[in-house]
Design a protein. Sequence first.
Length: 275
Amino acid sequence: MFRAFLLFFILFQFSFGETFSLSEKAFFTGDLGYLKIKDFNPKDRYEIVIKNRYGRWAFPVKDSISYFAVPLFTKGKYVSLYLKKNGKVIFSERLKVKHKYYRVSRIWVKKRKITKEVLERIRRENRLLRRTFKVYTRRLFKERYMHKPLKNLIVTTPFGAKRVINGKKRSYHWGTDFKGKTGDLIYAALSGKVVIARNLFYTGNTVVINHGLGLYTLYAHMSKMKVKEGQFVKAGQIIGNVGSTGRSTAPHLHFGVYINDVKVDPMLVLKKRLF
């Protein structure tokens, strides 16, 4: 009798525990993925860890759907995904990493004098962005796919391009630049809350939208911003106009996507089903 009860208890625990499903098992560098957790318990503490011998990246889990990234600089052919619950691994999967070639982008911009005041502004704005992209809230969107941020998406500078500015090697291009004319309408890619709508030194008139679960989109160099901080917007809603404010050579839209402050390739995300 006791053995029968023990066998039933084990089977019950196994049958009614969490089950998991991944969006896919092969990712490009700079890619976004998600993990679905059936019977997710919000009272428990979950975390996704992406790891190999070259690096480790952690992503908090706040919902039955959780997003993670395979960062641009991920080395090696594989990474391991671990799902932790209250500190213990309850699920793992080996993911294939597909490496992309990223071209060099050479631009010339008008030099701006960097005073102590300007340098402090740059540092303050960088801290604001880093802090903002780390905030997790409940999911604020219901759309399965992103809406195009412009009517026509013509890439001028891709994500991951190596930047050479005024003949000097700089950082990498952490978004996608789309061709546009001054005044062209810019649309919210997903529903969410506007958390930044202000002028920044490098990106000019900039809007950042929080979509929840650590997912954010950024829209830069606008000529006009048509939303305010704290405002809720719907996918496809007009949020501004194309411009050339900030460090820019011509009118265009710089579009960025972030998950827990990890930059991902917007062109990959725009094609993905999000849940």
